[in-house]
Structure formats: C-alpha cells, structure tokens
Ligand binder design. Structure first.
Ligand SMILES: Cc1ncc(C[n+]2csc(CCOP(=O)(O)OP(=O)(O)O)c2C)c(N)n1
Ligand code: SF4
Ligand SMILES: [Mg+2]
Length: 475
C-alpha cells in the first residue's frame, strides 16, 4: 500500500510544522488510536460547514493535548479538566466562534468533572467531544472514572473493584438528566458502520452550535491499544465486547428540533461605565496623554519585566499597562506568580499595542527590564534582535553580552537610595524607559499611581523617582 495521502481535510495543516522532530507528516498517536479517527471526522465537518476561520478547538491535558499540531484553526490549550470553562469564556466573548472542547475521560470525568457538569447545566452553546477510552492514555494507562469493572490498569493491577474504586461513570446518561443540554449521543469507533454514525453525530453536535441551540456532547468509545496492551484489531473488538454492553450506544438527549435558537444580546459598555464599575477615576482622553507616536522601533512593544520578588516588578508592569490603556493603546499585563515570588525572580509581561492583542504571552520581548542579575541571565537570550535591554546596574555586575540590542545601564537602586527609599528603583527604571522610547508621557504613567500605590503619602516620592529616571536618560 502506498503511503500517499489522497485527500486531507483543509482544516488540517498539510505539514505539521508545530510537531517537534523530523516527521512532520504523521500524527503522534499510536497505531489504531481513536483520536486520529475523531480528528478526521471533526476536520471534515469543519470543512463541510465552512467554519474553519471561526472554529476554536480546546485541547486540555491528555494524549490529544497536541491537537494544535494538526488543526489549522483557532487552538487553545487549557489546564487539565478546564476546557469547558475556557470554552465558556471563548464562546461568550466571541459568540460568532464555533468552540469545540475536546476531552478525554480522565480529563472530563475525573479532574474536570465539576467543570463539565456546570457548563452543561448552564447550557453553554459549545460542542464537547468526549473521547472515552476507559483509561488515562497519556500517562501510561492508569484507571479512569470510565475504567470497566475488573479492567486491569497500572493503578488497578487486579482489576477495578467497585468496593474500592466505585463503578464506571456513565457521563452521557448523567448529563442527559440536566435540563439545559440539547443534544447528547454516545457512539463507538469500531467498524465502518459505527464510525459513520460517529461522523453523523459529530456533525449534528457542531450544527447544533452553529444554529445557536445550545450545549451538545458526543461521547465516543475510542480504542487505546497502547493503554489496553492490545493490538489495534483486538482493541476494536474489546470495545464491542466489553465497553458497549456497559456504555450503551445511542442518543441520550435530542431537543434540537424543538429548541429555539438563542443569541445572547450584545452588551457594550462605554469607557466611563467600565471605569465606574471597576472604581477608577475618570481617565484622561487619548489626545490629552498620548504624545507624538514613538519612533517606529519602539512601537507596539512586548515587554518583559523581571527582578526579585519585592522589587516592584509587577507594579512597574501595571503602571505601564494602565498608563498605556489611558493613552488609548491596547494593552495586556500578565504576571508570573510562582515560587519565585518568595525570593527568586518574579516577572511580568506587558504588551502595549496600536492593534488588538491576540495573546498576552511575551516569549521574545522587544524590551527587557532586568532589575537583578538572575533576570538578565535568564531573559537576555530571548530579547529580539534590535530590541532594548534596560538593566539595574546597581545590582547587576555585568553588561548584557548581546551586541545586537540597545542597552541602558541605570543605577536605579542607587538613585532610589538617594531619594530615601530603595523600593522606588522600579519607578526610576520606568522613567528611563518612557524617556528613551517616548511610548508614554510621564503624566500618563503617574496618573495611574492612585490605583496601585495604596499609601498616598508615597505617591510624590514615586513621581520624583520617575522624573529621576527620565533625567538619567535625557541628561
Ligand atoms: C493538573 C494535572 N494533574 C494531573 C496531570 C497528569 N495527567 C496528564 S494526562 C492525564 C490523564 C489523561 O487521560 P484522559 O483525559 O483520559 O486522556 P487520554 O490520554 O486517555 O486521551 C493526567 C492525569 C496533569 N497533567 N495535570
Ligand atoms: S496511549 Fe492510547 S490514547 Fe494515547 S495515543 Fe496511544 S493509543 Fe491513543
Ligand atoms: Mg482516556
């Protein structure tokens, strides 16, 4: 048999560039795995409905976590079990999008059990594809909530015992008792006939969402030859003989016919309404605080700010982002709260952009603000060519090694100490950044201080620190 692919759905990439390694043409799934079959069914449905440009597939943890290698549409990875919550946010924020939550049995019925229950109960207009292979495939074959009684797994070596592990969970039956779900069906990826039924069910579930009818879920009994220590043929037989008697195939709920479409009303808030709701003072208009656009090389910066926990790096980022927002830019601020906060490096990522921002992640910053040596060591290599590194030369005993970036060395801690408070070193650096790039005015930045600086008596000192940073660059 030739290895040539005769026709691949448009919703798949031709070459899987995102997949690591030399083989960019085949998937990472084991031979005989049901995920591949389901992917194909979904991709063909996306093609046929012509929804590629508005589809978002969410892949949480499990063997299908890498679905984004293959689907040429919107992809979001979520934390284990949290796909229904992420789907809810995506769909509510973008009602035009088609959101598919693709989840394994461990993901949906164990760690994410409550997530799916609540999303189904709210009747979110999303499509859930639930891949039930009765095992944790990705982690090497541990018991899942759907593992059958007597089934041997890594964690039930003598077989699942109902007195110890309870009974296998029938999620389709459970969810179909709720009022809101519109369509729930269980299918099986065994022979051609059942695969065709699965195809029909997946299409129906997606159509349900396209027609704004509400929550739909297709549960697919899916072979996991590796987890079950079986050949692909044995695995399909096992579904028929062992899974199907317990997990009966069929439609558990179908209100698609009677159900009226529901399109949520668009609620738009004015800036002043939002300001009122979140309790901030009226912001100045764009014209008042935005100065001449900065030089092209400093526009739309993705900024990484890093230092010791306690050096105020998060605050520095907040002041930049809030100031940017007040100046009429699109902004994001993403803090990194890790164990680092207790003494190592803490960092946050800020984007200030003329255009809407797709993702707040900054992996290759245009600007690195390094407040201590570990931060410079860690993030210097990531800075884009032609970027800018500002470092606190009071605490960092080396210059950046990069020759392809601009560098500002500012003794921020020393300047802050001279002002009488080490902690305002962050504001000194902030001043140097805005002076160097012209991205924001001093006024835009200091107008944010009443929000972030709880001790009002310290605001003048922080303003002074910003000015010292500006003077350092301009003087
Ligand atoms: C918060 C968290 N807990 C546990 C894990 C470990 N983990 C990775 S995949 C997985 C189970 C996946 O099983 P399933 O959802 O059935 O997907 P499958 O691989 O079988 O398709 C677990 C428990 C994790 N990655 N994150
Ligand atoms: S371990 Fe199972 S679910 Fe995972 S890729 Fe292999 S066959 Fe598929
Ligand atoms: Mg599984």
């Amino acid at each position: 048999m030739s290895g040539k692919i005769l026709k691949k759905a448009d919703a798949f990439y031709d070459v899987y560039e995102r997949k690591p390694g030399a083989d960019k043409l085949t998937t990472h799934y084991c031979p005989g795995c049901g995920h591949g079959t389901l992917h194909k069914i979904i991709a063909e449905a996306i093609d046929d409905f012509g929804i590629k440009d508005r589809t978002i597939i969410i892949s949480p943890v499990g063997c299908s976590v890498f679905a984004y290698y293959y689907f040429d549409c919107g992809n979001v990875q979520s934390a284990h079990g949290r796909a229904p919550a992420v789907a809810t946010g995506l769909k509510r924020a973008n009602p035009e999008s088609i959101v598919i939550s693709y989840q394994g049995d461990g993901d949906i019925a164990a760690i994410g059990g409550n997530n799916i229950l609540q999303a189904a109960n709210r009747g979110e207009n999303i499509t859930v594809i639930f891949v039930n292979n009765a095992i944790y495939g990705m982690t090497g074959g541990q018991m899942a909530p759907t593992t059958l009684l007597g089934q041997k797994t890594m964690t039930t070596p003598r077989g699942r015992n109902p007195h110890n592990e309870g009974y296998p969970l029938r999620l389709s039956e459970l969810l179909s008792t709720l009022e809101s779900p519109v369509y729930i069906e269980r299918v099986a990826l065994t022979d051609a006939k059942n695969v065709l039924k699965a195809r029909k069910a997946v299409r129906k579930a997606i159509k349900c969402q396209i027609e704004n009818k509400g929550f739909s879920m297709v549960e697919a009994l899916s072979p996991c030859p590796s987890g079950w220590r079986a050949t692909p043929v044995e695995a399909r037989k096992w579904i028929e003989e062992k899974m199907m008697p317990y997990f009966k195939l069929g439609v558990y709920k179908d209100n698609t016919k009677g159900k009226e479409p529901y399109i949520p009303p668009k609620e738009e808030f004015t800036t002043s309404e939002i300001e009122k709701i979140i309790g901030i003072a009226a912001t100045k208009g764009k014209e008042e605080v935005r100065i001449e656009p900065p030089a092209a090389r400093y526009r739309n910066p993705a900024i990484k700010i890093a230092g010791f926990g306690g050096q105020g790096v998060l605050l520095l980022g907040e002041a930049l982002a809030e100031g940017g927002m007040r100046a009429g830019y699109h902004v994001t601020w993403l803090p990194s709260y890790g164990p680092e906060m207790r003494g190592g490096t803490a960092n946050c990522q800020v984007i200030i952009s003329d255009d809407p921002i797709g993702s707040p992640l900054v992996s290759a910053p245009d600007v690195l603000i390094a407040m201590n040596r570990p931060s410079l060591d860690r993030f210097e290599p990531d800075v884009k060519k032609g970027g800018l590194i500002i470092f606190n030369s009071s605490l960092i005993d080396r210059r950046p090694q990069r020759a392809d970036v601009e560098v500002i060395a500012i003794p921020a801690t020393e300047i802050a100490d001279n002002l009488g408070n080490t902690r305002v070193a962050n504001m000194v650096v902030l001043g140097s950044y805005i002076a160097k790039t012209g991205i924001l005015t001093k006024e835009a930045v200091i107008s944010t201080f009443p929000i972030f600086i709880k001790r009002r008596d310290l605001i003048p000192l922080n303003e002074e620190a910003v000015q010292k940073g500006i003077d350092w660059v301009e003087g």
